[in-house]
Design a protein around this ligand. Sequence first.
Ligand SMILES: Nc1ncnc2c1ncn2[C@@H]1O[C@H](COP(=O)(O)OP(=O)(O)O)[C@@H](O)[C@H]1O
Ligand SMILES: [Mg+2]
Length: 356
Amino acid sequence: MSSSNSYILSSKTTQAKTNTDLQKITHDLNNILNNILNGLDSIKDNIDSNNVANELLKKVKSQAQLASEIICEISDSSSIKKTKNVVSLNKIVEDSIYLFNVEENKNQKIIYTNNCEEDFILANYTEIKRAILNILINAKEAKIDTYISIELNQISNNNIELSIKDNGPGINSDNLLKIFSEGFSTKSVDHPINKGLGLSIVKEIIEEHNGNISVDSNPGNGTLFKIIFPLFKKEKPKKTFNNKTIIIAEDDQFQREVLKDLLCSLNIKTLAAANGEEVLKFLNSHYPDLIIIDKSMPIMDGLECIEIIKEKSLNIPIVLTSGSDIELYKMNRNITEILRKPYNFEMIQNILERLL
Ligand SMILES: Nc1ncnc2c1ncn2[C@@H]1O[C@H](COP(=O)(O)OP(=O)(O)O)[C@@H](O)[C@H]1O
Ligand SMILES: [Mg+2]
């Protein structure tokens, strides 16, 4: 099994380390990975869209993204991991399936149906993805050529249900009572480290999200996991953000998507840029109500871009996001607000209430 899967299984026993050396190492590793990711982006930009290398690039990128998440996990400064945001459950499911297919052999087949119109939940993307992957890996380990069918359904006004069914050997009633217990496993001793932790981690993650997981299985009839999450319901906003447009500038695709989802859940239109130059291009044809821009980006960073915007005398509020050194920019008059990363839904909503 690949190293990332054993990571998924071993996470519970990996205590976050707090010393500054570790923080420095993870910081440097993250920089290296960001360079790799940026490099992959520029390779992609420079090859034809139907070049066969595109699919390979996508796979390499997804692996680099996973490595970045692992680094976040072992770093004490990995509050991204714990931060809950408004995310699309459909998107997490799609990403999990993609990652699973990249990692695993082609023998198993997954059929996914999304029957939901509403699918926003308040969640930590990485944790939910890990939970789903654990269930998929178990299904694969139960039967080599398994079929897995996944469905997303809105089961009530406030709840969404993710069901994952396989056609494997099933689980007998005695074992069924034990599968969520820490350390329970029917797998052989040569199974990877941390045997029997997977489903206890899954349960813990789901319950941390105010969700519920149940299982239904009979020997010979496969296994069905049902996970229910509370849907994220927009509070009656003090203000309505309809018809508002925000430019998001963030080079990290994952963070950009999370922010996009979050704004989308508030009916805000977004224009997403990966660097300052792309922001300036948008400004040639759009006049947004707000710009949320990351400090460190390749090609043109946030600060340089902000200077150029201000030279244009555009009266658009600008929020600078940064993971560090925010004190340094408090005196910059061109910046309306500074938002420290990782930010959560409340922090963003608070800024929007004030600036839009
Ligand atoms: N899809 C499945 N089909 C059959 N058995 C399963 C399935 N998922 C989990 N199990 C059972 O639950 C046990 C516990 O799973 P887990 O906590 O992930 O630990 P591990 O995979 O290391 O055994 C497994 O050993 C297996 O007996
Ligand atoms: Mg397992």
